[in-house]
Design a protein around this ligand. Sequence first.
Ligand code: UD1
Ligand code: CA
Length: 452
Amino acid sequence: MKTRVICLAAGEGKRMKSSLPKVLHPLCGLPMVQWALAAVESVDAQPILVVGHGRDEVMQTVGDAAQYAVQARQLGTGHAVMTARDYLDDTVDCVLVTAADMPLLTAQTIRRLCAAMDGDADAAVLTAVLDDAFGYGRILRDDAGHITGIVEQRDATEAQRTICEINTAVYIFKRERLLDALDHLTCDNDQNEYYLTDAIGYLAEKGGKIAGVTADAGEAMGVNDRVQLSQAAAVLRRRINEEHMRAGVTLIGPEQTYIDYGVTIGPDTVVWPNNHLTGGTVIGKNCLLLPGSRIVASRVGDRVTIESSVLTQASVGDDTTVGPFAYMRPHSVAGARVKIGDFVEIKNANIGDDTKISHLTYVGDADVGRRVNLGCGVVFVNYDGKHKYRSVVDDDAFIGCNTNLVAPVHVGSGAFTAAGSTITQDVPADALAIARSRQVNKEGWVSPKKKG
Ligand code: UD1
Ligand code: CA
């Protein structure tokens, strides 16, 4: 049985009060529409997305993951489905309609809805029972419990408003039944819109069989404003965190741990609260992420310890420690067993295995070899105000405290620089470079008077 999915995403989302189209607002790092598409992925590999408001941005974000129908004017959910009609040729058996502003809907629930069509149903509606159903369309049933229609809040009578079973706005139809119903939709309602909900009433009236599938109330939530956005994000965050915990990751405070969609973490890694892992970051196994780091689009090996640091597009090898208070900027690559200590900033630099950069150091645009020691306060002076230059420090070199390495400069293997040196010329292997003025002591310079 061939089922096509139509996902509605043309509405403006006025209540978001945003210049960004509503369905592009991210939840845990993934735009809302992509959560909605992920839930239907197993039904239709390339769903039909109905776009309108902000369509260029939406299409650019979603790309080839969908086909598109453009609804130039938003004349209602029924009208939105009509715009996708050309995709519903006679090879299609069923049409599943869903909305892009329902990021909590799961693939499992979608499968249950599809299964309702296995019998002789003409359509099935996904419903939910809410304590407070205000604002939603209500499900109408006859005395025998059969679904007879859906009425919107604003069109409902007092009695209908007491119904707690709501329409989630997710449905599946037999294709011919849907096309027939679309031909008969009118905009005779409070908003003068073509309501897709009326298709259900129309089919029921013609004697069609409408199945109802009840979803968990939590999944039914539509996101219309930023309060609901934060609530939905919290649910997704909990789901992501639970998945990691079930896969062997310890989260000390899951409520305060922010792991975006698409992040990978190896087993036996322990994550303390207030860590933010985003941008498809990959963390190895047996790592210790102490409190307070933001790790973006980075790769971290096994048995790595990171504390209170920021890493963006950085790579860290096995058994390395980072922080507290380190900053690894894009294209920083640290090898294995490296120490990147407190107040160390690395940018566009390679750091070889077993190298120690313990404190207060800036390494920018450099290639640092293995077993190098960079003393406290070393600065790679990579910028002359106009251009950036690269420097190289070979294996086993020892760069004394408070050394400036003025790029481009090359320190050979095993070489030393004296503390406080400003190195402007290459240093041969195994040499000691001293580039500072000699100390002069002026005896008795402080007069007895000055001493007071
Ligand atoms: C809709 C349902 C309501 C249901 C509720 C669940 C209708 C008439 N009502 O109401 O029964 O309880 O969802 O959240 O269907 N859209 C378009 N083009 C349009 C209009 C809407 O693409 O012309 C899209 C929106 O972008 C959104 C979805 O359809 O993704 C739902 O539209 P919305 O206006 O939010 O409908 P509700 O009033 O919430
Ligand atoms: Ca809505």
